[in-house]
Design a protein around this ligand. Structure first.
Ligand SMILES: NC(=O)c1ccc[n+]([C@@H]2O[C@H](COP(=O)([O-])OP(=O)(O)OC[C@H]3O[C@@H](n4cnc5c(N)ncnc54)[C@H](OP(=O)(O)O)[C@@H]3O)[C@@H](O)[C@H]2O)c1
Length: 238
């Protein structure tokens, strides 16, 4: 039974990660911003009682990250997998795809959530991860963050640059943690229908993307640290 901490577990990919890990018999710390409003997580808690907790966590809050760490260390010492899943498509209320509409404020919020928070989560939970046997940090990135694959106009300056920077966090952490046994990867989930903007026409459903990503996570070896894969296990160019 693996102990898995997931951020943004109340919807889309985070919820499906939670559901599938629970079905597999794992223990899930299904964090989200508003546990009281997370009806589907509450249903999962009723169904799998004893193997899931639903703590409050806004990933951008240092105080809440610290509170969760304290809560978890009060009853468990090791963490096997950290999944930095929480993310936002737009940093502000404005549509930032055209140059004329770009607002510098959009970048501050989106970078805090998509880029800085995953790093701070890794730093905070590292002591627990280092105690596990084959610990893994998974940063849910996007092919939009691949500089090598950038072809189309638009697709969001703030979003794609926040994910490109997240990829650098993955690589930098993997170098930093070399010889520690901790594996760090970026994963692209595919284009998946969730509540995120611009996924209405996506061809993939969360169950398919998540079962693919879980297979990739399960097959990871230490040689894979610092790499970027898609949900089918293909390496994505940086
Ligand atoms: N769907 C796709 O096609 C696709 C493709 C590539 C990458 N991704 C990535 O996949 C991840 C999950 O996205 P999704 O498609 O499942 O979208 P989603 O359904 O909109 O889920 C996003 C999740 O992130 C949470 N979140 C946002 N800000 C947060 C914060 N400050 N603290 C904690 N949680 C926060 C949201 O919580 P609230 O409900 O409280 O807002 C929600 O649970 C994201 O990182 C996204 O960039 C998705």
């Amino acid at each position: 039974m693996k102990r898995i901490l997931i951020t943004g577990s109340n919807s889309g990919l985070g919820l499906e990660f939670t559901r599938q890990f629970l079905e597999r018999g794992d223990y899930v710390i299904a964090s989200c911003r508003r546990p009281g409003a997370a009806v589907q997580l509450q249903e999962l808690r009723d169904k799998h009682s004893g193997r899931i907790i639903v703590p409050e966590l806004d990933v951008s809050s240092e105080e809440e990250r610290g509170k969760l760490y304290k809560q978890m260390t009060s009853f468990m010492d090791k963490l096997d997998i950290l999944i930095n899943n929480a993310g936002v498509r737009f940093g502000g209320e404005k549509f930032s795809d055209s140059l004329e509409n770009i607002q510098k404020e959009d970048f501050s919020n989106i970078f805090q959530i998509n880029t800085v928070a995953p790093l701070m989560m890794a730093v905070r939970f590292l002591p627990m991860l280092k105690k596990a046997e084959n610990p893994i940090i998974v940063n849910i990135s996007s092919v939009s963050g691949s500089i090598a694959r950038k072809r189309r106009k638009g697709s969001g300056y703030s979003y794609s640059s926040s994910k490109a920077a997240l990829n650098m966090i993955t690589k930098a952490l993997s170098v930093e943690l070399d010889n520690s046994g901790v594996i760090v990867v970026s994963l692209h989930p595919g284009w998946v229908k969730t509540s995120m903007e611009y996924t209405e026409k996506a061809p993939l459903m969360p169950d398919e993307s998540i079962s693919g990503m879980i297979s990739v996570i399960e097959s990871l070896k230490i040689e894979d640290t610092g790499k970027f894969y898609d949900w089918q296990g293909n390496e994505v160019p940086w």
